[in-house]
Structures are given as C-alpha cells and as structure tokens.
Design a protein around this ligand. Structure first.
Ligand code: AOF
Ligand code: ZN
Length: 364
C-alpha cells in the first residue's frame, strides 16, 4: 500500500478533477503489476496495473489507495475489471466518498466472491486527495491561501511596490503548488495593480518535479478572478494566456477576449458589493474544482478568512523589515478584544532558501 500511495502521487499535477489513485498487484510476495491514474478520461490506476500484470493477475492481491469504482464514468468500472481478471483479494486504503461509488465498489467485489478489506494506511491515503475528498463530502473545494510577507508581516510598501519581497526559491515553491491546484484565484484589484500571469511556468518548477512531469503534459489550472465591477479587460495578460480564465461577476459584459474567458454570474455579498464568496465556492465545487490556490491582497485575504473559507494558509516570510507604513496581510473587521483574533495552528514550518515557510490551519 505504501508503494501504491507513492505511485498515486505521480498523478498530482494532472488528474484534476479526478483523484490521485495508485494500485499495486502482488502474487506470491512479488509485485507483478503497478499503475496510477494519470489524467481524467484516461484509464484508472487498477486498469494500468492489471495491464502490466496480464494473465498473471489471476489469484493475485490488488492494493488500491481508493475503493475501486463501480460506475460507468468516462471509463468502465474498475471493480468489474478486477473481477474479470480473477483477482482473489482487494485491499483498499479507504472508501471513495464520491456518491456514485461510496461503498458500491467494495460491495460489488464482495458479491463476486473477492476477499475485500479496507482501512490500510487510510490517513496517508486521505492526504493524497484533500481537495477531491472535500468536494465530494461538502460540495466545496479545498482552499489554500498563499501570502508573502516581511518579518514584520508586511506585504507591500505604502507605494504598493511588492515585487519581490520573498525570494526566488519561495516563488519556485509557489509554482510547485500552483501546478497541483485545480484553479488559481485572484482579484481584479491584484490584476489591475500587478498585471500578473497566475499560470504555471514549467521552466520554473523544481527539478525533481520536472523529471516526473514532462513539459508536454503541462496542465494549466483554471484562472479565476473576482471582478464584481467588470474591471478586467482583454488587455490584461491573465485573460490572454493558455488555459481557461473565469471571471466571477455580478453582471455580464461581453468583450473581445483573446483567450478562453468566460463569466460566472453571482449575487453580491451585501457587505461591500463584491461577489458572494460562499456562493462562488459552491459554484466552483459544482464545476469540479477540487483545490483553489488563492493569491491576493489584504482585502480579499481578510474576506476569505472572515467567510470561513480558508482551509490552509501558506505564508512565506522574508527576513526583512518594511516598517509601520507598509501594508499588512489581512484587512479585518476591527477587533475590540484579543479573544476575537483569528487563530491558527502550525501544520509545518520550513526554511525555503532565505525565507521561512509556515503552513497554518485556521481554528474556526
Ligand atoms: C478508481 N481508480 O484510478 C480513479 C477513480 O469519469 P471516470 O470514469 O474517470 O471516473 C471518475 C471517478 O472515479 C472519480 O470521481 C472517482 O470517484 C473515481 N476515481 N477510481 O477506481 C482510479 N481515478
Ligand atoms: Zn475506476
């Protein structure tokens, strides 16, 4: 199962909106087949492993990081493929929370006389697909908020200058995260201020990722911009680059877009006439977005946090001081007591080049 989990992770740049799944087939103590899911629409992990095992799969044990599917999606059911290959025993790390599967895959195997167990390395298997599982269980995507700041928690000078507070190494780390996200979320404020690309640049990924993620298979996460005032126009890079770009707006307006741009229409939030962020996230869930990687300024960061939408805060801290005039990380409704301060627990702490990276979980 450990090997199956290792294999599953090879798919993390390409499987969205599908989950990462790995499979190992064992007979007489030897691995006779291995596979993982590469991309949605392509064969599932079990099918790739069965193809490698061939006729030898008869009487073997299959270790899978997720319950084999039981439904006809873009591909036929893996449970049937395992049964037809004569696999004797199936060990799954966990059940598939997808309502189309949800136990039916294991039941199908059991009914066909296959010896079935599940719950092996379940916690590790959960970590493979935080976004997919959250979407399947709640309808909402998993939201990671990335911020970069100085030691004194400042993100830009009073003039707005912010390029570059954190180091090249941190920016490369950001590229690695972007590459794994279903979507990258930013605001018209950031687009108008910085004209950012918000895409994945293969050349800037870490070398160890490049070796497992060939340039030809590069997938661009969908770029999503909150744009309640229709301020984003075709002149901005983010609308021109390869890949889809979705504008979250409150009223439709056609423009002569060069790129693949479309609108998501939403009600306003009633607070500051921005788009309703909870409804936006529900819409993104419906559109099969598993994970959202948000990069934005203090207003939007504060709005996401106050709406309870941040699952994980990834903070890069550069060892420099910008002083009191500089801009802060979060704009919040003024606090009248320390007990109202949003709190976090530290999930991990790491040095990236000259910077510090802290991954935090909000304690809502
Ligand atoms: C598996 N093995 O490797 C994966 C599974 O549209 P399809 O046919 O690709 O089906 C997608 C669904 O199948 C997906 O939502 C998830 O529930 C399951 N993914 N299942 O047995 C795999 N990728
Ligand atoms: Zn399947």
């Amino acid at each position: 199962m450990r090997r199956a989990i290792e294999l599953a992770a090879f798919g993390r740049f390409t499987t969205s909106p599908n989950p990462n799944v790995g499979c190992v087939i064992v007979k007489n103590g030897k691995i006779i087949g291995e596979g993982y899911h590469h991309h949605a629409g392509g064969p599932h992990a079990e099918v790739n492993a069965l193809n490698m095992a061939g006729d030898n799969a008869k009487g073997a044990t299959a270790y899978v990081t997720l319950e084999p599917c039981s439904h006809f999606g873009k591909t036929p059911p893996c449970a049937d493929a395992l049964i037809n290959a004569g696999v004797k025993r199936v060990v799954a790390a966990m059940q598939d929370p997808n309502p189309q599967v949800a136990g039916r895959g294991l039941h199908k195997l059991l009914s066909a006389g296959v010896d079935v167990s599940h719950g092996v390395l379940m916690q590790e298997a959960e970590k493979l697909n935080v976004g997919f599982f959250k979407r399947m269980r709640t309808g909402f995507p998993y939201i990671q908020l990335k911020l970069g700041a100085s030691l004194d928690g400042k993100t830009a000078l009073a003039t707005g200058e912010s390029q570059w507070i954190t180091s090249r190494a941190s920016r490369q780390d950001v590229q690695n995260y972007r590459a794994q996200a279903s979507a990258i979320l930013t605001t018209s404020e950031t687009v108008l201020a910085d004209n950012p690309s918000m895409n994945v640049r293969w050349d800037e990924l870490s070398d160890n990722i490049k070796t497992i993620y060939p340039k030809e298979t590069l997938r661009q996460p969908i770029r999503i911009i909150t744009d309640s005032q229709n301020r984003v126009t075709p002149e901005y890079k983010i609308t021109q680059l390869a890949g889809e770009c979705w504008l979250a707006r409150t009223r439709s307006e056609n423009s002569d877009w060069q790129g693949d741009v479309s609108e998501i229409l939403l009600p306003t939030n009633g607070k500051n006439s921005g788009v309703d962020l909870v409804l936006l996230m529900m819409q993104l869930g419906k559109r099969n977005i598993n994970t959202v990687w948000a990069e934005c300024g203090a207003h939007f960061a504060g709005a996401l946090l106050e709406a309870g939408l941040v699952d994980e805060l990834i903070l890069y801290i550069a060892p420099k001081i910008l002083g009191d005039d500089a801009r802060g990380l979060f704009t919040l409704t003024p606090l009248s007591a320390l007990s109202q301060a949003p709190e976090f627990t530290i999930a991990s702490l790491e040095q990236i080049g000259p910077d510090i990276k802290v991954c935090l979980k909000p304690r809502y």
